[in-house]
Ligand binder design. Structure first.
Ligand code: GFB
Length: 377
């Protein structure tokens, strides 16, 4: 931990403030309803911004990993799923090798409970004028706040701010550097960080950061045990995203009957006898699918009490993703970031592309297959 006395007194060393020698911190948060796998993507954009800051600024910049907090899709109401550290799900040491990051509790150890220098709420530019004069240029400007500004991040009432402003923002995440340049904060939090886009989606830096986002060893271990017990043979993994996708993307989600038909078609073609299903759907639909898939064997990961209590809904979803990323063949749900992340993982493993970039089509729809985002070294 940093010596707080030094921070408070702003002593000078050879003409430089001690503050100049200390790292500076960026915190961020994402639009509340967004799910886990979109958030993983926003991390890459923010990490890319931190890499940029460390190239262009005189200070050392560190990204604070936002705790995982009560996500909308985590449905086990009997579990407390608040303020979870990244180390529960990820190998943070691996992330640290690519990007300077700290967990929130580590940040508190360094910064104490001092207010953050700035809170910046990002927001869209006015959509009406955008429709009249479409303008895709990168830009930002201080503006009146459109929506309610978040007062309490992650329910932590001890996280306060000296200054708070709203900024209309359109552009890539490295454009945030201009805001930092203007405000000169030592600590800053960006809300709605999802509005900052990728610097270069699918480029070298993207993959370097993406590769570092390895899941925790514990979760890998549980997935391995499940595979050793149930999936000793070749298997196809199907990710069926249903719940809100049934009405959000109805033309991409087949009925259970047609899902089984599409899976069987592949099993015959590939001469595979076993299916692993990852899904957010109900037990009833899972049973229905199992019946339709007969005589093929269908497996689904069901967490025991201990696993669920320790790793929560987020951990169970990751175990599903790990098992799918190691399958002989993968079929995902179109437009689901849950499926996209599995495809990326399979690219990192170097699995043949034709076994990875496949998705279900809605009933009686000839759909296009997903874009092949190939790994770039
Ligand atoms: C419509 C949009 O959909 C987007 O979802 P989408 O990209 O699929 O993917 P995610 O952003 O991860 O959100 C979906 C969440 O639902 C659960 N879930 C989905 N599929 C599975 C599965 O196969 N197994 C398990 N165990 N859990 C699953 C899991 O908690 C996952 O993080 C959301 O990010 C947006 O917020 C928005 O709701």
């Amino acid at each position: 931990a940093v010596d707080n006395r030094l921070l408070d007194e702003e002593e000078t060393l050879a003409g430089h403030s001690i503050l100049d020698t200390l790292p500076r911190y960026v915190l961020y948060d994402v639009n509340k309803p967004e799910g886990f796998n979109l958030r993983r993507d926003v991390f890459i954009r923010m990490a890319s911004f931190i890499h940029h800051m460390n190239k262009v600024s005189d200070y050392q910049w560190i990204l604070v990993l936002p705790p995982w907090h009560r996500l909308y899709h985590w449905r086990s109401s009997n579990l407390v799923q608040d303020c979870l550290p990244w180390s529960l799900f990820f190998n943070v040491d691996s992330i640290k090798k690519s990007t300077p990051v700290v967990e929130l509790h580590e940040f508190f150890q360094m910064n104490g409970l001092r207010p953050l220098d700035a809170q910046v709420t990002l927001q869209d530019f006015n959509v009406k004028s955008f429709e009249q004069y479409p303008d895709f240029s990168d830009k930002w400007e201080v503006a009146n706040c459109k929506d309610r500004v978040q007062k309490e991040f992650w329910n932590l009432n001890n996280l306060t701010f000296t200054k708070s402003l709203c900024i209309s923002f359109q552009g890539i995440s490295t454009l945030l550097a201009d805001i930092v340049q203007e405000l000169q904060p030592r600590t800053i939090i960006f809300d709605h960080a999802e509005l900052a886009l990728h610097n270069y989606y699918g480029g070298q830096e993207y993959w370097m950061i993406r590769k570092s986002m390895q899941f925790s060893k514990n979760l890998h271990e549980i997935a391995k045990e499940f595979k050793n017990r149930n999936l000793k043979q070749d298997y196809l993994c199907a990710h069926l995203r249903r719940r809100d996708f049934l009405y959000g993307h109805p033309s991409d989600v087949p009925s259970i009957n047609d899902t089984a038909r599409q899976i069987k078609e592949k099993l015959i073609l590939l001469n595979i006898k076993t299916v692993f299903v990852a899904t957010d759907t109900s037990k009833t639909e899972v049973e229905e699918l199992k019946n339709y898939l007969q005589p093929y064997q269908m497996f689904k990961f069901e967490a025991d009490k201990k696993t669920l209590n320790n790793f929560l809904d987020g951990g169970v979803a990751i175990i599903d993703q790990i098992i799918c990323s190691q399958a002989n063949y993968f079929i995902g749900t179109s437009k689901s970031t849950f499926s996209f992340r599995i495809q990326e993982e399979r690219e990192i493993f170097g699995l043949p592309i034709e076994t990875t970039f496949n998705s279900f089509c809605g009933d009686n729809i000839e759909c296009t297959q997903p874009t092949k985002w190939r790994l770039v070294e």
